[in-house]
Design a protein around this ligand. Sequence first.
Ligand code: TMP
Ligand code: MG
Length: 280
Amino acid sequence: MPRGALIVLEGLDRSGKSTQVDRLVAHLQASGRDARVHKFPDRTTSIGQMINSYLQSKSELDDHAIHLLFAANRWECAAQIEKDLAAGTTVVCDRYAFSGIAFTAAKVRRDTRNWGLAALQLSKANDCAAGLRVSRASSELAVNWWYSLARLTPILPPLLSTHATTDTSQGIDFTYCLTPDTGLPLPDTTLFLTLSPEVASKRGAYGEERYETLDTQTRVREQFALVGREMAARHPGRWEEVSAEGTMDAVEAKVWTRVQAVVKRVEAGGEGSELGRLWV
Ligand code: TMP
Ligand code: MG
């Protein structure tokens, strides 16, 4: 019996992924195949509940810690995915390791903003002169002022950098971001649904969760482009962009055409049809 295919749909928040995942599974089943969805994050597990609470801003976590939890959440499902694939079931994932990379790598990099924040922390910690204290309302101004001061005062930067390294809003290296998922089952194809962050932001229920801001999604979009490049270099032919700008039916047809071709290739067996390992 041929193994099932591993299909991933990726995209920004509100790009219509979940709808397309459901429609794709319906197509697969109507064509006589066994198909199953895996949604990531899988919020039903205990790791998934920690992730859920973070996404709903009910808890705070260090950027590295939440990144590793997202990866762990995939690893705890990996054995089941492999079992399903081996049993001939096509597995469709709603997000996968690529979201893991793009969303973490998009976090604010260590830049002037972090220097400003570090300066702010320092001023709070020392509670120096009255002029160094900042009210919440004027904090933006104060941050800029502190940043200028930090630049001008030779002894401050080394002091501030100690604070900056503990600042959880600093960016995380791209290679670091992809490492924890190394070795996961390699998707036979990943369809990246492209939709401009502006269009996505106008869709219903936008803004309910932590990353659903135009600023974040725009940076995530840039990181997804780098993920696509990484895939082209390391796993050629397994990453495809599909425009999600049209009607749901039009997108559905495009997705099904592409997936059908991949599923048939996997079913045919032969060279390159065995399950691969991500980034290996
Ligand atoms: P969802 O909206 O598809 O349920 O995903 C929840 C959020 O989690 C979404 O903004 C994308 C983000 N995310 C990550 O930051 N890292 C990951 O590894 C995954 C799977 C999702
Ligand atoms: Mg979402």
